[in-house]
Design a protein around this ligand. Sequence first.
Ligand code: MLT
Ligand code: ZN
Length: 457
Amino acid sequence: MSGNLPASLLRQFAAVVGPTHVLTGDAAAGYAVDWTGGFTGHAPAVLRPGGTAEVAALLGLCADAGVAVVPQGGNTGLAGGGVPLHREVVLSLARLDRLSPVDLDAGQVSAGAGVSLQQVADADPGLDLGVFIASRHSATVGGAVATNAGGLRVLRYGPMRAQLRGIEAVLSDGTVLSHMSGLVKDNTGYDYPSLLAGSEGTLAVITAARLQLVPRMTDPVTVIVGADSPGEAHALARRAVWEVGGLHSAEFFTQVGLELLVEHAGLTLPLRPPTPAYLLLEAAGPGAAEELAELAGDRPAAVGTGAAERARLWACRERHPEAAGFMGVPLKLDVSVPAARWVRLASEVAGVVAEADPGARVIIYGHVADGNLHVNVVPGADRAGEAGTAAGDGRHEDAVFSFVASLGGSISAEHGIGALKARWLPLVRSDAERALFARLRAAFDPAGILNPHVLPR
Ligand code: MLT
Ligand code: ZN
């Protein structure tokens, strides 16, 4: 036995993938903890299939044995959806790393689930992947589709679902579904690739995706504009969306997070004197520099056109996910509201958290043009935490999610429901909607083995 798995089942796994790709004990431990350190579980085994047929065979064995499975890509998830918190077997898709040659006629590429987003972005010198996230060097295609990753260019290209032109996936009974021809127009029935995007490993295991690529930016310009408040940053971002034709990004952060990055990560302040809030804008193509300068007007601004200077400015925003970690294990909440309510959210959320936990520290940043705000909370010292999770006693989530729901928003803009938010789904999804989710789930995964603790059944 390994954990709760019979030795005979481990031998059957090994017969499919080879003994070196069935990991147990210490070799499995790294797959059981997430990137933030906030979610730690235990994997009785980690299975590392080398191809779709092996995924199908392994799932068939797990379904027959009634063994629950957590699919895992680059393990960069932020909601605890990719780690075995309930002693599930981890199915690592890392070895499905085949990247086909770029189809230049269609501007598309087919990529295995284990290919990193950066590898897709680098596949052709003239083309790029529309989804751009800070964890792109580790995050993989399968995980990014399964969580419908968003990131820093959603205002221009949409999230991962919008890049999808096809999918290959395996159902829990071992059936392989493949629809990878990449047709832009294809009304031949249900668009199940779109449904699998954002399904968080609960419906099928994604083994490959066909992705639309976008033109690589030419002459990009990055600007950080200082603002007195979230309201000023929001108003500027809305104007940028309408007035700057080549706009790719509109990102918000505050001096609170930046100060931590200056102190602990060696970053330099982009503006002196510092301002309470910041808006990072990036645009490309002819006229971008002039349009951004006109928009900034006489506000304080730092401009980068060369790669090194742009990278320095981007670090101020892209390293924000690390900022709260310098104060403790953060709860990473990720919410969105209708555009007209974003300023209230950004201005009031720290006060809402303080009412629930006066000792908590709050860092906010996010994708202002998408109505999205990341709310990172480091709970106060008196927090009653649950072993192995960042979920604590739930009072911080209660406070933030109830506020967001009262604004007509979503409790997960980008990162998914995972294990972190499962309890709060009824705040934003009706009984009828959740009943439909359960019926869809039963149709795709009648054995009930795929990520059973993610999204309530
Ligand atoms: C980001 O926008 O930086 C990512 O969603 C990661 C995070 O929220 O920490
Ligand atoms: Zn984000």
